[in-house]
Design a protein around this ligand. Structure first.
Ligand code: SAH
Ligand code: SF4
Length: 381
């Protein structure tokens, strides 16, 4: 048999990087092995940063050989890395099939938040979002999602140094709608929380959704991560223009589902983060703020205002600082906890925006990522 024929008939290798503890245990049981092997392999991959199965010495030689024939540990590939003078580090990552996604690590006092992508592109087509303008290419695998965390830690050589503590928080706020890639996102988030992997607290992992209500209802049954909802408008008419999925799952349904989500958590102090991207002349008037205050009056939340991050052909403008302050003031006067993403000169934005502009899209996404970090600032006590 020629090697070409052998390759054509070979099963694809299982990428162990993306298996949660439970999935890994099942994998070993199916192989006729003891399930404690899963714990050993998880630690090799996510604590020690080891990708070579041959180096996993406590597995024993015959199991290593068996695994080498059918499995692999394969992180996605970094195309480029960009460092800002303020410590922000951004990666452009190539996934199987050639798609590109970004992840960004934003270090701040006492923490570092990694903004992770869940899909290549997005099908939901929010009118102000450059990812939406790209259309949808495909879901990321669980390995490609958790691989962004793995790569971030690896790039700081931090696996050996301290169990990966270089990443203290994760927000699912990169490219894509995480709830439309449910199983892979849940498996990856399980690994983020799993002590044998990254051991993050559930308060330090946040999923942001534009409002896929049935999937959010499902999430309440399987996950305890923090929740952010992308509201962006105080009424259905306006929200349906900005976030088309609102036509299917309007605001009242989304708020009810989000409330049920936090009610299902054991920790009674938790609140939902409401994200509100401010777009000049569209949703940034004081009357919008007042309407929002009424809408959210009884809703357990904190509000994160994100001044619109412009990109070519978006057709939208960022509001003035004064308009943002006025909007903020109305909400603060109404008793809400409100954070605003303020613009900061960021020396890798432009370069990165250009690079991503060539290969993926045109937006300067870093500011969005900073907003993501702020979400964590107000979610994590
Ligand atoms: N799909 C998910 C998560 C990714 S988007 C969601 O929509 O929630 C993360 C956040 O960035 C969302 O609140 C989104 O509305 C916001 N966002 C997208 N494009 C933006 C832009 N151009 N300016 C400011 N915020 C933006
Ligand atoms: Fe998709 Fe979120 Fe962008 Fe909307 S804002 S198009 S849901 S990534």
């Amino acid at each position: 048999m020629t090697s070409a024929v052998a390759t054509a008939t070979e099963q694809p290798r299982v990428n162990l990087l993306g298996l949660s503890l439970r999935q890994m245990e099942q994998y070993f049981l199916d192989m006729g092995e003891k399930k404690f092997r899963a714990q050993q392999v998880l630690k090799w991959i996510h604590h020690a940063g080891v990708t070579d199965i041959g180096e996993m010495t406590n597995l024993g030689k015959s199991l290593r050989e068996k695994l080498l024939a059918v499995a692999e540990v394969r992180p996605p590939e970094i195309v480029s890395q960009h460092d800002s003078s303020d410590g922000t580090r951004k990666w452009v990552i190539r996934v199987d099939g050639g798609g590109l996604v970004e992840s960004v690590l934003i270090p701040e006092a006492g923490r570092a938040t990694l903004c992770v992508s869940s899909q290549v592109g997005c099908s939901l087509d929010c009118s102000f979002c450059s990812t939406g303008k790209q259309g949808f290419q495909r879901d990321l695998s669980a390995a490609e999602i958790i691989g962004q965390v793995w790569l971030a830690i690896k790039s700081y050589d931090a696996f050996q140094a301290g169990n990966g503590r270089i990443v203290t928080n994760v927000v699912m706020m990169g490219m894509g709608e995480p709830l439309l890639n449910f199983d892979n996102v849940v498996a990856a988030m399980d690994l983020m929380l799993e002590d044998l992997a990254y051991g993050l607290s559930k308060r330090r992992v946040t999923l942001s959704t534009s409002g896929v209500v049935p999937a959010l209802d499902r999430l309440a049954k399987v996950s305890e991560v923090s929740l952010a909802i992308s509201l962006h408008a105080p009424n259905d008419e306006l929200r349906s223009q900005l976030v088309p999925i609102n036509r299917k799952y309007p605001i009242a349904m989304l708020l009810e589902s989000a409330r049920n989500y936090i009610d299902a958590q054991r920790d009674s102090k938790r609140v939902v983060t409401v994200e509100y991207t401010l777009i000049a002349g569209v949703n940034d008037q004081q009357e919008h703020a007042r309407e929002l205050a009424v809408l959210l009056k009884e809703f357990p939340c904190k509000i994160n205002l994100i001044p619109f991050n412009a990109f070519p052909q978006s057709g939208y403008q960022r509001p003035s600082g004064n308009a943002v302050s006025r909007f903020w003031q109305v909400l603060v006067d109404a008793g809400f906890v409100v954070t605003v993403r303020t613009t900061r000169g960021d020396d890798i934005d432009a370069a990165c925006g250009q690079l991503v502009g060539q290969v993926v899209d045109r937006t300067r996404r870093s500011e969005r990522y900073r907003a993501a970090a702020e979400t964590q600032a107000i979610t994590v006590s």
